[in-house]
Design a protein around this ligand. Structure first.
Ligand code: TRP
Length: 364
């Protein structure tokens, strides 16, 4: 990544979340952390993929609306700054829906169905064969979410990598088919050689997969093993305190830190890694070190991370907070639509669909 200064136009970054509930520590180390880091150097767009939430919860529109607001509160609490970054509501960016149709023409149906992220979701959410057509379609829609902003980077968790790969395929296909970009040019040269779309790169977070408080599965809301960014210090203490350390031993018996998920958290959340190395050393030797001791160190580190998040969240509490959030979303979406409409016009021109130029009005 090359840092940019203010005199050059900034490269863009796009990422998003489906509003399905509050964010947890897995989201934080998998993606949010990267977003915070990118805010200064890139023109960042953070998308609320509220349409995607309907793929599995069409009967819960009220909840989806609530979750949409709450996830913005999570973002703001983490330090996403609406002055620097643009928060975008998917369902108010018509260009995304339109591009989704165009892209659906460029990707074979079987290719979509082979997408490993979709396959895993179908299994883990027990969707069987009764999911709506819109469910696999969301992966095509995600290509549009991304490409409508023509970004350079897409910071995501490891599970999203197949979606980004599909998006790159779609971008190449579009540019080859409609802009006559030579299929042999380097990915980086697609826009330079006439392509509408860049071939965006995924930026995978520091921790691809964070184990849940059950010590076994990936942290996830549906598995009931999540430590939320909105958890109180008491809840954090309770959840980490109850973790099974992978083995049962007395403080003076040697243990294996590598099979102890509490040490996985220690590696990730304790800043003083020399102290962690020392804890591990004592643990290996059985040098009078109980599991409670390690847990307390981890609890402190997690609370240290969450404290400023809690403080910032308090600014957006209650109905007044909802109003502030709605305002932020509306302003961001208005800015986003300028870019999105520009991209759509470029794509339509390439497709010989430039019958006339349309203007979106956003009266309210
Ligand atoms: N599918 C993503 C998830 O479940 C959310 C998402 C929607 C997204 N559109 C996106 C992520 C575009 C990155 C880019 O987490």
């Amino acid at each position: 990544m090359t840092p940019k200064n203010d005199t050059q136009p900034r490269d863009r970054v796009l990422t998003g979340d489906t509003p399905t509930g509050r964010l947890h520590l897995g989201h934080y180390v998998g993606s949010v952390e990267n977003r915070l880091r990118l805010q200064d150097e890139y023109e960042c767009y953070f998308l609320l993929a509220n349409m995607h939430a309907f793929t599995t919860r069409a009967d819960k529109s009220e909840e989806i609306r609530r979750d949409t607001i709450e996830i913005v509160k999570d973002w703001l609490a983490c330090g996403i700054d609406p002055q620097r970054s643009t928060i975008v509501l998917q369902t108010e960016v018509p260009a995304i829906a339109e591009l989704s149709w165009f892209f659906a023409m460029l990707i074979p149906f079987n290719r979509v169905m082979r997408n490993p992220t979709l396959k895993t979701e179908i299994e883990s959410k027990n969707l069987g064969d009764t999911y709506p057509f819109g469910f696999p379609m969301y992966a095509v829609g995600q290509c549009a979410d991304i490409l409508v902003f023509r970004p350079k980077y897409v910071p995501v968790g490891e599970d999203q990598a197949p979606h980004i790969e599909m998006c790159r395929e779609v971008a190449r296909r579009f540019d080859q088919l409609f802009c006559h970009v030579d299929p042999h040019v380097d990915d980086a040269d697609y826009p330079k050689t006439g392509g509408v779309f860049p071939i965006p790169e995924a930026l995978i977070g520091r921790v691809g997969r964070l184990v849940g408080a059950d010590g076994k599965n990936k942290m996830s809301k549906s598995l009931n093993n999540a430590i939320y960014l909105s958890d109180t210090p008491k809840q954090v203490k309770k959840k980490i305190g109850a973790m099974y350390p992978g083995q049962s031993r007395n403080p003076d018996e040697p243990g294996d830190p590598d099979i102890n998920p509490v040490f996985e958290y220690a590696d990730i959340f304790i800043k003083d890694q020399a102290a962690v190395a020392e804890l591990k050393d004592r643990y290996r030797k059985g040098d009078n070190i109980g599991d409670g001791h390690i847990k307390l160190a981890v609890i402190d580190a997690v609370n240290e991370l969450l404290d400023p998040i809690r403080t910032r969240r308090a600014q957006y509490a209650g109905a007044a907070g909802d109003d502030l959030v709605l305002d932020i979303i509306r302003q961001g979406t208005r800015r986003a639509n300028v870019v999105a409409e520009e991209t759509l016009a470029m794509a339509k021109e390439a497709m010989n669909l430039n019958f006339w130029r349309r203007r979106l009005s956003d009266d309210d």
